[in-house]
Ligand binder design. Structure first.
Ligand code: FA5
Length: 342
């Protein structure tokens, strides 16, 4: 009487499930080795089932052979896969050395320009100045007209401008914040306005089409040019120490009278003369002057009662001196190898 094929196939299914469970539970290579012997060795549970091939009806033998071969292959594969998993886990454990120093996370930092901007702000805040802000897209009125530069005034050519439609423009300087502040506040005023400016300037070592200024404005009774010089000297000393020299040169701005520009002594060459200071020993930092009474007229301040000084300093120029950088363009290139030095 031949053995019933269905019974053998049931045995195969049970054995397959049992082997799978045991293999997945195995937690060491030794256990896996034992399971291999239990199922696949000469007297293993799978091997002995092959004897049943001769005991079933001859027509069922190919089917049974096929099932048994598949069972053997699947158990062999499962043993190999579990063995790989255990080996990988073992390797991870043995590679872990708790005595190794940790990896330092790389920490981001402020661009040197922003560091200088923060330093400038804190120096002026320490001298009693408030911070004011204005938009980068300005009206032609605030950027030029109220600063005593009506349409077609030749002084507008000093600042080559990016114009926008409807009498808007990218502000060429932070001076329009003077107008916004005086229009919204009564004197006394003592403010700085840090911000980005835009001009169609050709880039070179000291010029960029977009750059930053810090505007300063102080309006009160009896404010004089001597106050301006005192504040600028105090600012320079706080930023660079006692060795830095400041010089004022006569200049012209339509919104200040008298007008000046001030320079700091060149820290690159100690005033011996170099490419950076164009052999002058000085670097131009800022425009400045006493607020022109005409500007007071635009904002409704009484020029008979109040006087004021204003300045607009170039932040990039200060950063170049502070960090001894010889080209403004490196501040914008975002080269990490360079920025990590600051
Ligand atoms: C002005 O912009 C005036 N608004 C300054 C001022 C304010 C005068 C208040 C009087 C009273 P000027 O164009 O000179 O002035 O620019 C001021 C400073 O900005 C310069 O000294 C320089 O340090 C910086 N600067 C100007 N153009 C550029 C540029 N293209 N790239 C980098 N820095 C610049």
């Amino acid at each position: 009487m031949p053995v019933d094929l269905k019974n053998v196939l049931d045995d195969i299914a049970r054995l397959h499930q049992e082997a799978k469970d045991n293999i997945n539970r195995a937690d060491s290579l030794q256990t896996l080795q034992q399971l291999k012997i239990d199922y696949l060795a000469k007297k293993g549970k799978v091997t002995v089932l092959f004897a049943k091939i001769g005991q079933v009806d001859p027509k069922d033998r190919p089917t049974l052979g096929e099932h048994l071969n598949r069972l053997k292959t699947e158990i062999t594969d499962a043993l190999q896969q579990r063995s790989d998993e255990l080996a990988t886990a073992q390797m991870a454990i043995s590679d872990f050395d708790p005595s190794l120093p940790g990896r330092k996370p790389s920490v981001g930092g402020l661009n040197p320009l922003l560091q200088v901007m923060d330093e400038i702000k804190s120096i002026f805040i320490g001298m009693g100045f408030r911070i004011e802000e204005g938009p980068e897209i300005e009206t032609e009125y605030n950027n030029f007209v109220a600063l005593n530069m009506p349409e077609y005034h030749p002084a507008r050519d000093m600042q080559d401008t990016f114009y926008l439609p409807n009498k808007y423009l990218l502000r060429t300087h932070t001076s329009p914040v003077q107008i916004r502040t005086m229009e919204s506040q009564k004197p006394p005023v003592r403010m700085i306005a840090p911000g980005r400016c835009f001009r169609k300037d050709t880039p070179d070592a000291t010029h960029s089409p977009t750059f930053h200024q810090v505007e300063g404005l102080c309006v009160d009774k009896n404010v004089s040019f001597a106050d301006l010089k005192g504040v600028v000297q105090a600012f320079a000393t706080k930023l660079f120490g006692n060795q830095v020299k400041v010089r004022f040169r006569p200049s012209f701005f339509p919104f200040t009278e008298p007008s000046a520009e001030y320079d700091f002594s060149c820290v690159f060459c100690n005033q011996k003369g170099c490419r950076f200071c164009k052999n002058t020993g000085w670097l131009e930092i800022s425009g400045a002057g006493m607020v022109d009474p005409a500007v007071f007229g635009f904002v409704g301040y009484d020029p008979e009662v109040y006087t004021g000084y204003a300045f607009g300093l170039g932040v990039e120029r200060v950063a170049l001196l502070k960090y001894q950088i010889d080209d403004i363009r490196t501040l914008y290139e975002n080269d990490l190898r360079y920025l990590e030095q600051f």
